[in-house]
Write a protein of this length. Sequence first.
Length: 397
Amino acid sequence: MAALIASRLAKTIWDEFKVKPSSVTLWTDAQIVLHWLRTESINMKPFVGVRVAEIQGTWSPEHWRYVPTHLNPADDISRGIATADINGRWMHGPSFLKEDKDIWPTEPSQTVKVDTECKTVKYICVVQKKEPVVDAERFSSWQRLLRVTSYCFRFIHNIRRRSQDRLDGPLHSSEVEEARLYWIKEAQQYMDDWKTRLLDLNHFVTSDIIRVGGRLKKSQLPYESVHPILLPSDHHILKLIMRDFHAKSCHAGTERTLCDSRREFWILRGRQIAKNIVSKCTMCRKLRQPPHSTLMGDLPSDRLRPFEPPFSVTGVDLFGRFFLKYGKNQSKKAWGAIFTCATSRAVHLEIVDNLSTEAFLQALRRFFISSWMATHHHLRQRNVIYWSTKRAEGFGQ
Ligand SMILES: [Zn+2]
């Protein structure tokens, strides 16, 4: 308040002077006031801030100087002085004013440490997450994501350049590679603790990309295979990459998909991701779907005679051909006749020399001779029953 009154009084006197003084000096013995006058008023509490703003609007901080309390004549009234001393500095001012400015009292170098009138500053940090150029979650194909990202980068490139320097036409391989590296770096941002984890992979950083060190440095394999790119397991592009390798391997199994992916990438928990991709692949489900079983019809009555002798109802078919060896170096063609019991599924084999009727009838006779218990002989060849029971019995006799 004293500084404000002094400021207003000095302003009034200044306005009344027709001949303006060359300089104005305002004195105060309060260092805190000098500190306030050098501080922006907006940072102070309202009561002090409003008054400091008024003073600063009239007099700059350079007009203010410090006077020690024992040299301040304004304190003579508040503290009281002897009557004899009234005619002293109270009436004529302090004696140092008559001296040169260089020997005027100066402000101590001690600074104000605690200022209760300043506002408490509350720092608010706003963390803005850097959003990717496109939302990868909306894509189901790695190649499509790379193309769309490349076109976005091309658009950004073109709007910053003149028309003659702009890119057009089909995508260049360098543009697709730029998009690929962009997504790899984007995924690796999720690996905050990669320096302390996975130390056995001996990973390292080159061109801002984390790669696996491994033990294949002396190998003749390509650099991408020797030092595959390390990728986390919780980013959407990992699924896209694994799905892309799965499709390129013609929908191979889990191990083959994982092996192909490790030629370029070392994906954490890659086997589980590959297994998940293969299990959910629509094409694989179609290819590996087991055939549907058809509903079989009722068995014929001839096959349902459990209390009759074997070969009571018999079926016959030919199989072959194969070669029979006789002599030293001679062989001849032969076929097999298989007689099977319709009830017990017992079989009887005979050799047939050729495909003529006579050769088959001879085999049939041999079967009848060795199996006289047969009563009904359904002769079946190539799914056509052509031999009647009576005729078969006749041949058997
Ligand atoms: Zn598949």
